[in-house]
Design a protein around this ligand. Structure first.
Ligand SMILES: [Fe+2]
Ligand SMILES: [Fe+2]
Length: 204
């Protein structure tokens, strides 16, 4: 376990690079069941989800970095590990679709980390409130993407359904750990940030 601030920051930097440039452990076979237009459409959706997973991992790290209670930091790292599986699932699906992740990975990571750190500095319960609200928004967002998927795309559906179930679990965990509800204007702000992210990540 790294101890000095410098070690901890270096550890965070390594984690950021490993996340942004993560690759699937095995190269998936190319998708053959969808036509080119459907593949491009699904790739746009998965690229957004992938960007969200980069931000989610960063958010957990930023929160854990400044968490006051050590058991909270441990719980955050646990959920963060599930986000890692989500990210690799998205990377694998993108590769199968012949697409690349968003080029703005460093931006998504920095945004996630700094927002997680900001809320962590406001205290553990507010930090958990931010996490719960984020996960609930991700669940609604994934449900929207599930509705947009072509019926024949079972692989993407399976991945997004699993992510949806686990994000719901993360929201419950944050709630059970004592999350404090965020003031309404913050929800509006989060919605705006999410719209910018989904628009940009679909294209870039
Ligand atoms: Fe996730
Ligand atoms: Fe999550």
């Amino acid at each position: 376990m790294p101890s000095t601030l410098r070690d901890r920051l270096r550890h965070e930097f390594d984690h950021a690079l490993a996340t942004i440039f993560a690759r699937p452990p095995v190269a998936p076979p190319a998708e053959r069941g969808l036509d080119a237009a459907a593949k491009a459409r699904v790739a746009r959706l998965v690229r957004v989800d992938d960007a969200g997973e980069v931000a989610a991992q960063a958010l957990y790290r930023g929160q854990a970095f400044f968490a006051r209670r050590p058991e909270l930091a441990a719980g955050l790292h646990e959920s963060g590990a599930e986000e890692e599986a989500h990210l690799l699932g998205c990377r694998s699906r993108l590769a199968a679709l012949g697409a690349r992740p968003s080029l703005l990975g460093p931006v998504w990571y920095a945004g996630g980390w700094l927002s997680g750190a900001f809320f962590a500095l406001l205290g553990d319960r507010t930090s958990l409130g931010y996490l719960e609200e984020t996960e609930r928004r991700v669940v609604r967002h994934l449900e929207d993407h599930l509705r947009q998927l072509p019926a024949e795309d079972v692989a993407t559906r399976t991945l997004l359904e699993r992510m949806r179930a686990e994000e719901e679990g993360h929201a419950h965990r944050a709630h059970a750990a004592g999350a404090r509800a965020l003031p309404a204007p913050l929800g509006t702000l989060m919605g705006m940030a999410a719209r910018v992210m989904t628009t940009l990540a679909a294209r870039l």
